[in-house]
Design a protein around this ligand. Structure first.
Ligand code: LLP
Length: 436
C-alpha cells in the first residue's frame, strides 16, 4: 500500500520521510497519509469501472478539502451524508453535479442547500423525505435528480452475508412484499417509486442499495443486484419506464490484519458489472449505468497512525500494557466494533524477543484499547514510536475530544514533502467553543 521502507538505522520512512522527523515536526499522535497511494487507489477504481460507471467516494470515511481536490483531479465523484460534508465538498470546489447527498434524516436546510447547489443526486430514504425534497425542489423551481434507497434483505459483513436479513433498521425502503416479480417485492419500495414518478419536481434516475461494511464475499452483492434489477423490471412493466441508473453502495473490505484478503477494484468491477449485465439481459432491460460508493477501500490503507510510547506496565503471566499518547479519541473502532489492527515499532530496529502486548490509550476507561493483542519487542521503551496501519478510514472522521483530547492532524506525504491537510487541534480550539 504505502511506500514504506526501513532506513539504514532501522527506522521506517514513508514516501521518503523518516517517521522520527515527522513526529518531530507534527507531533504525535498523527495520521500519516500517503497522497500518491490515495490517488493511485482512486485511479484503480476509476479505471476498473471505466467510462460506463461512476465511482462515488464515501466522504464519511475521511473528508477534507485536500481530499476533495484529489478526488476531483482523479475523476471521482463524492457521496456526502450531512450538511457539513456537503459544505466541505463545495468549499473545495467539487462541482455540485458530481456530488450525491445521502442520509436517513436530512434536514430541510440540508436538502435546500443541496438542491440550490445543484447536486447531481439526492438519495431518497423515506416516504416523508420524498414529499419534503419534492416540495423544496418545487419551491426552488428545480427538477431534482433522485435515486431511491431500498433495503434488499441482504446484510453482508466480511466473509459472511445473510440473504434473508430482516428489515428492522432505519435506512431505505424495503423491497419485500407480494409482487408479480418475486425478486423485486411489492413492498414499500414499489409504493415509493409510484409516488416519486408522480412528482414533477423529482426525476427518478435509479435505485440504490448498500448492504454492509468490510465485505470480502461478492455473493451479497449478487443477491442485492438481482433484487434491484427485479424492481427495475417491475417498474418497467408497471409504469413503462426503464430507469437509467443503479447504485450498489460501498462496503468493500480492506486488509486490517494479514488474514484479511480483499478483492482488487478490477475484480470487484468485473464481478458487479457481470451480475448487473446478466440480470438485465435475462429481464430484457437495457443495462443501466452502474455506480458504487467505496470509502474504506480507497482511504483506509493510505494512512497509519503514529504514536509515541509512554508508560509500559508488565502484568506477570498475562501481557504487557503499552500506553500510547492517543487512544479511543483518535481510533474508536477497536472499542466500538472489536476491530482488529496490527502495530509495529517504527523508530528503530530491534532484535529483542517478542512480548505479548496490548496497546492502550491514555483515556480514563479500561475499554480504551487500540490494538488488543500484538507482539512488540521486549526492549520497547518510552519514547519509541509505534505505527498502527490502515487507519485512513473511520478514524479521524470518528475522532472525538473525549477527556478534552486534541484531535490529531492528518499529515499528507508526497515526493519527500509532508504537510498537514488537517492541523492538530489546540486548547484554544477547545476553549473557543466553550463560550461561558
Ligand atoms: N454508501 C453508503 C450508503 C454507506 O452507508 C456507506 C457506509 C458507504 C457507502 C461506504 O462504506 P465503505 O465502503 O466505507 O465501507 N464506521 C464504520 C463504518 C460505517 C459505514 C457506514 N456506511 C466503521 O468504522 O467500520
Amino acid at each position: 500500500a504505502q511506500t514504506v521502507e526501513r532506513t539504514l538505522d532501522g527506522a521506517v520512512s514513508v514516501g521518503g520521510l523518516d517517521v522520527r522527523r515527522l513526529a518531530e515536526e507534527f507531533g504525535t499522535p498523527a495520521y500519516v497519509m500517503d497522497e500518491d497511494d490515495f490517488r493511485a487507489r482512486c485511479r484503480a477504481w476509476r479505471d476498473a469501472f471505466g467510462q460506463d460507471a461512476d465511482v462515488f467516494y464515501a466522504g464519511k470515511a475521511f473528508l477534507s478539502r485536500a481530499v476533495v481536490r484529489w478526488l476531483y483531479e482523479e475523476g471521482l465523484n463524492l457521496d456526502v451524508c450531512s450538511g457539513g460534508e456537503l459544505a466541505t465538498a463545495l468549499a473545495a470546489g467539487m462541482p455540485a453535479e458530481r456530488i450525491a447527498l445521502h442520509g436517513n434524516n436530512k434536514s430541510n436546510e440540508e436538502i435546500t442547500r443541496a438542491v440550490e447547489a445543484g447536486v447531481g443526486r439526492i438519495v431518497l430514504d423515506s416516504f416523508q423525505e420524498i414529499a419534503r425534497v419534492a416540495h423544496i425542489a418545487e419551491r426552488l423551481g428545480r427538477r431534482q435528480p433522485v435515486q431511491l434507497r431500498v433495503t434488499v434483505g441482504v446484510e453482508a459483513h466480511t466473509h459472511e452475508f445473510i440473504a434473508t436479513a430482516h428489515e428492522d433498521q432505519k435506512f431505505g425502503l424495503a423491497l419485500a412484499g407480494s409482487s408479480s416479480h418475486p425478486e423485486a417485492g411489492g413492498g414499500p419500495a414499489a409504493e415509493a417509486v409510484r409516488r416519486v414518478l408522480m412528482l414533477d419536481s423529482l426525476e427518478l434516475t435509479g435505485i440504490h442499495s448498500h448492504i454492509g461494511s468490510q465485505i470480502f464475499d461478492m455473493a451479497g452483492f449478487e443477491v442485492s443486484a438481482r433484487r434491484v434489477v427485479g424492481l427495475l423490471t417491475q417498474i418497467r412493466d408497471e409504469h413503462g419506464v426503464e430507469l437509467p441508473e443503479i447504485d450498489l453502495g460501498g462496503g468493500l473490505g480492506i486488509a486490517y490484519t494479514p488474514e484479511d484478503d480483499p478483492r482488487e477494484p478490477h475484480e470487484i468491477a468485473k464481478s458487479l458489472g457481470d451480475i448487473v449485465t446478466r440480470e438485465c439481459e435475462a429481464a430484457g432491460l437495457a443495462v443501466p449505468r452502474l455506480s458504487v460508493e467505496p470509502g474504506r477501500a480507497i482511504v483506509g490503507p493510505t494512512a497509519f497512525t503514529l504514536y509515541e510510547v509512554g508508560t509500559i506496565k508488565e502484568l506477570e503471566g498475562l501481557r504487557t500494557y503499552v500506553s500510547v499518547d492517543g487512544g479511543m479519541s483518535d481510533n474508536i473502532r477497536t472499542a466500538l466494533y472489536d476491530a482488529e489492527y496490527s502495530v509495529a515499532l517504527v523508530s528503530r530496529a530491534s532484535e529483542a524477543e517478542p512480548m505479548l502486548s496490548r496497546v492502550v490509550g491514555k483515556h480514563c476507561e479500561s475499554g480504551d484499547i487500540v490494538v488488543r493483542d500484538a507482539f512488540l519487542p521486549a526492549d520497547l521503551a518510552p519514547g519509541d514510536l509505534l505505527a498502527v496501519p490502515a487507519t485512513g478510514a473511520y478514524c479521524r472522521s470518528m475522532a472525538s475530544n473525549y477527556n478534552h483530547a486534541l484531535r490529531p492532524p492528518v499529515v499528507a506525504v508526497r515526493d519527500g514533502q509532508a504537510r498537514a491537510i488537517v492541523r492538530r487541534e489546540t486548547e484554544e480550539d477547545l476553549l473557543r467553543l466553550d463560550v461561558g
